[in-house]
Design a protein around this ligand. Sequence first.
Ligand SMILES: NC(=O)c1ccc[n+]([C@@H]2O[C@H](COP(=O)([O-])OP(=O)(O)OC[C@H]3O[C@@H](n4cnc5c(N)ncnc54)[C@H](O)[C@@H]3O)[C@@H](O)[C@H]2O)c1
Length: 293
Amino acid sequence: MTAISGKLAFVTGGASGVGLGQAKALLRRGARVVIADIMQDRLDAVCAEFEAAGTPVVAVRLDLTDLDAYRGVVDAVEAEYGPIQLLFNTAGVSQFGPLQAATMDDWRWQIDVNLYGTIHALQVFLPRMLERGDDNHIIVTASMSAFLSLPGCGIYTATKMAQRGLTESLAWDLEGTNIHVSLLCPGAVNTNIHQSLRARPAHLKDTGFYTGTEEDEARLKAVIEHGMEPERLAGYVMEAVEANRFYILPYPEFRAPLEDLQAEVMGALARPEDDPEYEMRISKGVPGGSDKQ
Ligand SMILES: NC(=O)c1ccc[n+]([C@@H]2O[C@H](COP(=O)([O-])OP(=O)(O)OC[C@H]3O[C@@H](n4cnc5c(N)ncnc54)[C@H](O)[C@@H]3O)[C@@H](O)[C@H]2O)c1
């Protein structure tokens, strides 16, 4: 059981959408909250909202693709407010299109934010959390794209599958330590992710996909506007954190596609009777078995 009340939480992407919902849910449960985001105008707006509601938060501008900046921000926050024990690695961006149209800037931007942003978080937080030895929890927001691929979503899917792989590995590596880990994989959430391109840096602007016109944003918004509201999603996350559950998968509409995928993979996977060398490998302890699944 990870207690939320009284802890200091750091929420990346906290000025919008999923992260903002998490910040609100954390405040309701008595946590102190730091929101970190690259968009200063959003930080200012939500800060004023929290202030007016009588639940102030600490807001910091952070480009999480910059490891030194990330470390500097966390050092400064901890020096002033004390240890961060809850890390919500939530910020992320998306831009879609067929892989044959992708430029290297398209690849770099999504990998920088979604994957390196997560890697940087681990580099910054793991040593200090382990050294302090107190009760910590890291929550990585990936996506159902961490399990399922769709046409036109290749770059995003590559980053989300990588986030799942590294977060599952992290849970193995941190077993028995003072850090718990959870992986949130949402389906559609009604957020501002249709405006992702507004946070794309100028030095990575060469794109083979769409450019973020009003029409682009409207088309993308239509895909998520009937998705789950971020605060409702955050309720599931808080319950999972309190119960120390690893997978947070609150979208029943993905049961059927995941069952189909599992059936297809199991159908393709060789059976022991198909392989004359199987018994030998098992007797020699060749990797393959796992008691986790
Ligand atoms: N909205 C959905 O349907 C959906 C579905 C599945 C997963 N997700 C995931 O949820 C997470 C949050 O997305 P959202 O839907 O709330 O989008 P959002 O755009 O509303 O919020 C994301 C925030 O991240 C910030 N950000 C972008 N680049 C950054 C950077 N370099 N450094 C710091 N902050 C940066 C943005 O400014 C924005 O405020 C992402 O990881 C996304 O992949 C969203």
